[in-house]
Design a protein around this ligand. Sequence first.
Ligand SMILES: [Zn+2]
Length: 359
Amino acid sequence: MLKRMAVGTAVAALAAMALQIQVHAQQPQQQRRAVGGTTAGNDAYPTDDQWKNSKEAQALVAKAKAAAGKDEKLVSRFDKACTVLGPQRPAVLRQNAGLPPEPQRQVDIVKLFDNFYFFGFTTVGAWAVTTNQGIILIDSLNTVDEAEKIIEPSLKKAGLNPADVKYVIVGHGHFDHFGGAPYFQQKYGSKVVMSKLDWDMIERPNPNARGPQANRPLPKRDVEITQDNQKVTLGDETITLRITPGHTPGTLAYYIPVKDHGKSMNILMLSGANITPDRASLDAFKKALDYAKQQKAQALINGHPGLFGDEIGWMEQVRSNPNGPNPFVLTTDEFAKFADIMKDCAEARLVAMDYKGTN
Ligand SMILES: [Zn+2]
């Protein structure tokens, strides 16, 4: 059994780092339209009244709550998933509540599975998947500067060689995921992978971009994901990808085989905030979760810690007790129920948007 390494002991404050939280499509309640439409952005969520008063939506919420039962892990995940805005980044919830942003803090690299590491910030992170022929990075933080000052040293601290990064798979075309990719592409020849739809999106001129966003370097297009279940293989590792639109047109879902203390298991990663503002995106989301159930996935991971639970706390647990139970891991039965909860709660938000005052 591989002994899990604990690198560092605590979350380091990075006071000098400018706060770079990008808030995507989420809108404060008063800015959301009373009757939802079918496009992302302002129309991505129902209003509080629609959510509370739609009987159809509340029936789905009740069904999801029943599926969670008394399983503590599922109840806490239900609490995050089954709200009017769905799973949200803590930074967005603070903003919606009118609270000032918390300073961005760096998280020391942590080995979550035998071949899977997290590093980055409390607000957004990136992963390294290790294989017998190099490393696959998933996401790349906000900027080229962070790739150099955070990602490279983090990899080295864990005994990994940054020159071994063969692929950078970017979950979706927002800068907090692709920002550091040009660094690896230029310095190490790493191939950058993104959905074709999101390559198209980031390469489109954006007349509204201001400040650092306006002249942010883009990675050049290497590999396009154009269809569901397209694979990226490196050595003994194959990551399967699906397209789950809503947050962006080509947001990716990943199925990643990992080892947990020597035991093989599959994990699902959903990039973005899992917004499903229309039937097409909801259907893709449901299929992605159903596929994960079929693959007997046992953990759900997202680039923004705090979306599905106290992920930063869970990482600290793994760090301080590397041979103990991994709080990210569910049984396959629990995962299947969690997937159904996520699907029902996403469906509930969509049907609530159709509520116009009568049931
Ligand atoms: Zn995003």
